[in-house]
Design a protein around this ligand. Structure first.
Ligand SMILES: N[C@@H](CCC(=O)N[C@@H](CS)C(=O)NCC(=O)O)C(=O)O
Length: 201
């Protein structure tokens, strides 16, 4: 299986964390791709031009981080990430929405300041601030698809939007993130500190 990814993408991180948690990371051939780089080779493999993109053994192209995680989960007996259970999917989708709002903000900030849509950025921030109080800290020991998506989302806030001081309002989530951040799946996939945000051509 070939996984197109990059080091800073929270979406690709979800997939990499899932693969580690499932114990199948070594079955992935990792291909680092810059989605903003307009590489014909990447666009041929992944026509939507986004990471992550997985090419399965039979050549099937699978996009969307949640779908890729479900596919990887289906390869392991018992589907350990619980990715076919509605409550797990519901939690994963909520956390994924936090990633979407944060990523939209990061991309908006790449425009020249005079072209940035201030209300759009504020809207994303409000969405994040409304959502986090609705997320209960997961129980210790559990780390299913919903939980790993939440961990990636919170870590991405710390990485790209540290001014959203979510930890002061959600100390339980902060304690939980600190604990799960020591899992090998999280340490091995952490973005390089100081990595610049996406560059738009
Ligand atoms: N909904 C997608 C989002 C993927 C995505 O937007 N990835 C970003 C990198 S973090 C990307 O490749 N963006 C390039 C683009 O939008 O053209 C998923 O969950 O996989």
């Amino acid at each position: 299986m070939k996984l197109f990814f990059n080091q800073t993408s929270p979406y690709a991180r979800k997939v990499r964390v899932a693969a580690h948690e499932l114990g199948i990371f070594d079955t992935l051939e990792l291909v680092e791709a810059d989605p903003w780089g307009d590489s014909p080779k990447f666009f041929t493999a992944a026509p939507l031009g986004k990471v992550p993109a997985l090419v399965a053994e039979d050549g099937t192209l699978i996009v969307e981080s949640g779908t890729i995680c479900q596919y990887l989960d289906s390869l392991v007996p018992g589907r350990p990430l619980g990715s076919y259970q509605l409550p797990v999917l519901a939690r994963a989708a909520l956390a994924h929405g936090v990633v979407d709002a944060a990523f939209a903000t990061v991309i908006e900030r790449r425009r020249p300041r005079e072209f940035q849509w201030t209300e759009w950025k504020a809207r994303q921030r409000r969405a994040i601030e409304r959502t986090l109080p609705r997320v209960a800290p997961p129980p210790a020991g559990r780390f299913d698809l919903g939980d790993l998506t939440l961990a990636v989302a919170l870590a991405y806030l710390d990485f790209r939007l540290p001014e959203i001081s979510w930890r002061s309002n959600q100390p339980g989530l902060g304690t939980w993130l600190d604990a799960v951040s020591t899992r090998p799946s999280m340490t091995l996939t952490a973005p390089p500190p100081g990595a610049p945000p996406p560059r738009l051509a």
